[in-house]
Write a protein that binds this ligand. Structure first.
Ligand SMILES: Nc1ncnc2c1ncn2[C@@H]1O[C@H](COP(=O)(O)OP(=O)(O)O)[C@@H](O)[C@H]1O
Ligand SMILES: [Mg+2]
Length: 234
C-alpha cells in the first residue's frame, strides 16, 4: 500500500478544516476523492505534501512516516503534486516552469526527461518559449501536469485538474492522466467533478465536511443513487 492516511485532522488557527479522514491509494491504481467545495480536499493534499502540518493522524507512504519528512524529501521519495489552480509562474516560459518541477532531483536525467515530456506534450513543445501566463487554461493545466511529472513521481497527486476547463480540454486531461497511470504511475485525484472523476477511478471515496462518507469502485459509486443525486445532479 503506497499511501495510507489515517485519522487525518487539519486546522487553521484553531478552526478545524479536516475532521479525521481515512483512505488509501493502492499501487498502480487511480484513486479518487470527490467532494464539494470547502470540505477539505486541498487541505488533505497539503498535509500529504508537507505544506501544512496536520494536528493529528498518520500519513504513511510505503511504510515510511511522511510526517517526519520535509516537503522536498517527500518529493524526492516519489510524491508530486499538481496543485489546485495550476500555480504556474506566469512570467516564466513553459520550459522554465517545467524545469522547476525537477528542483528536488539531483540526478543527471533532467534534460532527457524534458525532451521526453515535450515529446509527450507536443502542444507544449511548440510553446516552450512562450510565457506560461499567455497560454489558454487547458494548456496551463497541461504545463502543471507536465511540471509535476518532471519530479519523476511514483505517486502523482492531482488537485481538481478539470477545474475551469472546456469539455474538450477535460477529455484531453482525462486521457493524459489515464495514460500516465497506464505507464505505471500511481494516481491520487481530487475532484469536485464527480462524473469525470468516478469514470476514471479504480477506487473512490466521497467526502463531506465530516470526513469520508462513502467509498467503492468508481463504477459502484457511479451507480449509487445518493451519490448521483448529491454530486451529479441526477
Ligand atoms: N490557509 C487557510 N487559512 C484558513 N482557512 C483555510 C485555509 N485553507 C483552507 N481553509 C479552510 O479550510 C476549509 C477546507 O478548505 P479546502 O481544503 O481548500 O477545501 P476544498 O479543497 O475541498 O475546497 C475551508 O473552510 C477553507 O475556508
Ligand atoms: Mg480545493
Amino acid at each position: 500500500m503506497p499511501l495510507k492516511v489515517t485519522n487525518l485532522k487539519i486546522a487553521y488557527k484553531g478552526i478545524q478544516a479536516v475532521h479525521g479522514v481515512d483512505f488509501q491509494a493502492e499501487d498502480g491504481k487511480i484513486t479518487v476523492i470527490i467532494g464539494s467545495n470547502g470540505v477539505g480536499k486541498t487541505s488533505i493534499l497539503k498535509g500529504i505534501m508537507g505544506i501544512v502540518k496536520p494536528t493529528a493522524g498518520e500519513i504513511e507512504y510505503n511504510g515510511v512516516d511522511l510526517l517526519k519528512l520535509s516537503s522536498s524529501k517527500r518529493t524526492s521519495i516519489g510524491l508530486s503534486l499538481c496543485p489546485e489552480g495550476r500555480q504556474l509562474f506566469p512570467n516564466m516560459t513553459v520550459q522554465e516552469n517545467l524545469e522547476l518541477g525537477a528542483y528536488a532531483r539531483s540526478d543527471k536525467g533532467v534534460k532527457s526527461d524534458l525532451h521526453d515530456i515535450f515529446h509527450k506534450f507536443p502542444r507544449l513543445s511548440e510553446r516552450r518559449s512562450q510565457k506560461a501566463g499567455t497560454l489558454s487554461g487547458g494548456e496551463q493545466e497541461l504545463v502543471a501536469i507536465a511540471r509535476a511529472l518532471m519530479a519523476k513521481p511514483k505517486l502523482l497527486i492531482l488537485d481538481e485538474p478539470s477545474w475551469g476547463l472546456a469539455p474538450i480540454m477535460i477529455d484531453e486531461v482525462v486521457s493524459i492522466i489515464k495514460d500516465i497511470n497506464a505507464q505505471g504511475t500511481t494516481i491520487l485525484l481530487i475532484e469536485q467533478n464527480a462524473n469525470i472523476a468516478l469514470r476514471m477511478a479504480d477506487y473512490a471515496y466521497v467526502m463531506d465536511v465530516s470526513g469520508i462518507v462513502a467509498e467503492g469502485t468508481g463504477q459502484q459509486l457511479l451507480n449509487d443513487e445518493k451519490v448521483r443525486e448529491v454530486y451529479m445532479g441526477a
